[in-house]
Design a protein around this ligand. Structure first.
Ligand SMILES: [Zn+2]
Length: 318
C-alpha cells in the first residue's frame, strides 16, 4: 500500500468548467504518516489524539490561507476534560502538536469525529496566531493574534465563526480525524468566498467573446459547494487510493475546480540543542539548581516531540 502524500492542497472554484474567474477558494488537508508519528509518541487516549489531530488539520488549512514566513499556531483552551489543544505549522510545512487533559475524566470516552467539543472543552477560546519570522522576511518580527470563544459544535465551527467575526468572509471549515488500521488520518476541508474584486474586464470580454456564458450565481454556487463539502464521507477522505486532487475532482468537477501547488506537511519539531542550552544558560545558577535532579542533572523534555536532553549542572557557569 502506498500512502498518499500528506499535504495542504489549495484549489479554487470558478462555478463551471467554462468559466475562469475564481469565485471560491478552498484548502483540502490530508495528513497520514506525520500525525501517526506524532500521536504514537504522545500515546494519548484516542479521543484526545483525535481532537488534537483535528487541530493539526485545522492549523494546516488556515495557515495555507495566509501569506507569512514563520509559524502559525492554533491553540484551544477549555475548562472541562480537555484543557489545551495546541498545533503549529511553519510556512515550510513542519507540523507538531500536544494536548493537556484530565486523564481520569477522559478515560472511557470514545472518539467520534468531528468531535463535539461542548462536553470535552466546555467554555474557553481558540486563538489563532501568526508569528512572522524576521530572519526570513527581512522585516521586523511581528505577531498577529485572533481569538474566538468556543461556542460548542466542532473545532471547524469555531474557525468558521472566527472568519465570520473577524474577516467578514463567508467561510466553511470542517475537520475530521480517524484511526485506521494503518494509523491516524487527519483531514480538513475549507471553502471561502472570494471577495468581489470589481470585475476583471479583460476576462469578461474574452468570456463573452468565447460563447456568451451566463454569469454564475455566486450565492447559488456557495450553497451548492458547501452542501457538497458536507456530503463528503470519512472513508473518502481517508482512502489511501485517492489523492487530494482525486477527491476534489470527484466533489467539484461540475463547478470548475482548479488545483494549485500543494504544500507538503512534515512531522518535524523546532526544538534544538542550541535553543535548550540558551534557555538554561539564561537561568540563574540558583534556578538551574532548583530544577536539577539529586544527581545534579538537568533533564529537559520537549513537550511536542518528546526529545529528552540531559545536561550536567556543572557545565554551566555564571
Ligand atoms: Zn521537540
Amino acid at each position: 500500500m502506498i500512502v498518499p502524500d500528506s499535504v495542504v492542497q489549495p484549489f479554487y472554484l470558478t462555478g463551471s468548467p467554462e468559466h475562469s474567474q475564481p469565485l471560491i477558494r478552498g484548502r483540502l488537508v490530508r495528513i497520514f504518516d506525520p500525525v501517526s508519528a506524532i500521536f504514537a509518541r504522545h500515546d494519548y487516549p484516542d479521543i484526545v489524539s483525535g481532537l488534537c489531530a483535528e487541530t493539526v488539520a485545522l492549523a494546516g488549512c488556515l495557515a495555507a490561507t495566509l501569506k507569512f514566513d514563520g509559524v502559525f499556531t492554533v491553540q484551544a483552551k477549555g475548562n472541562q476534560l480537555v484543557k489545551t489543544l495546541f498545533a503549529d505549522v511553519t510556512s515550510d510545512g513542519h507540523i507538531r502538536a500536544y494536548a493537556s487533559f484530565d486523564e481520569d475524566g477522559i478515560a472511557g470516552k470514545t472518539l467520534n469525529s468531528p468531535a463535539q467539543i461542548d462536553g470535552l472543552l466546555g467554555e474557553g477560546y481558540i486563538a489563532f496566531t501568526v508569528d512572522q519570522d524576521a530572519s526570513v522576511s527581512g522585516e521586523k518580527a511581528h505577531r498577529y493574534q485572533g481569538i474566538v470563544e468556543l461556542a460548542g459544535g466542532t473545532l471547524g465551527d469555531s474557525a468558521t465563526q472566527w472568519f465570520r467575526n473577524s474577516e467578514q468572509l463567508a467561510t466553511s471549515v470542517m475537520t475530521i480525524a480517524v484511526k485506521t488500521e494503518a494509523g491516524w488520518v487527519a483531514s480538513a476541508l475549507m471553502l471561502q468566498k472570494i471577495a468581489e474584486q470589481g470585475g476583471d474586464l479583460s476576462e469578461n470580454i474574452s468570456e463573452i467573446g468565447a460563447g456568451r456564458l451566463d454569469a454564475i450565481d455566486e450565492d447559488d454556487l456557495w450553497q451548492t459547494s458547501t452542501i457538497l463539502q458536507h456530503s463528503i464521507r470519512t472513508h473518502e477522505l481517508t482512502d489511501t487510493d485517492l489523492s487530494a486532487s482525486d477527491i476534489l475532482f470527484r466533489l467539484f468537477h461540475a463547478h470548475g475546480v482548479h488545483i494549485q501547488t500543494p504544500l507538503q506537511l512534515i512531522d518535524k519539531c523546532r526544538c534544538s540543542d542550541e535553543k535548550v542550552e540558551m534557555m538554561l544558560a539564561g537561568l540563574s545558577a540558583e534556578q538551574r539548581a532548583s530544577v536539577a535532579d539529586e544527581t545534579g542533572r538537568l533533564v529537559v523534555n520537549c513537550e511536542f516531540c518528546k526529545a529528552e536532553r540531559i545536561y550536567d549542572l556543572t557545565s554551566f557557569q555564571d
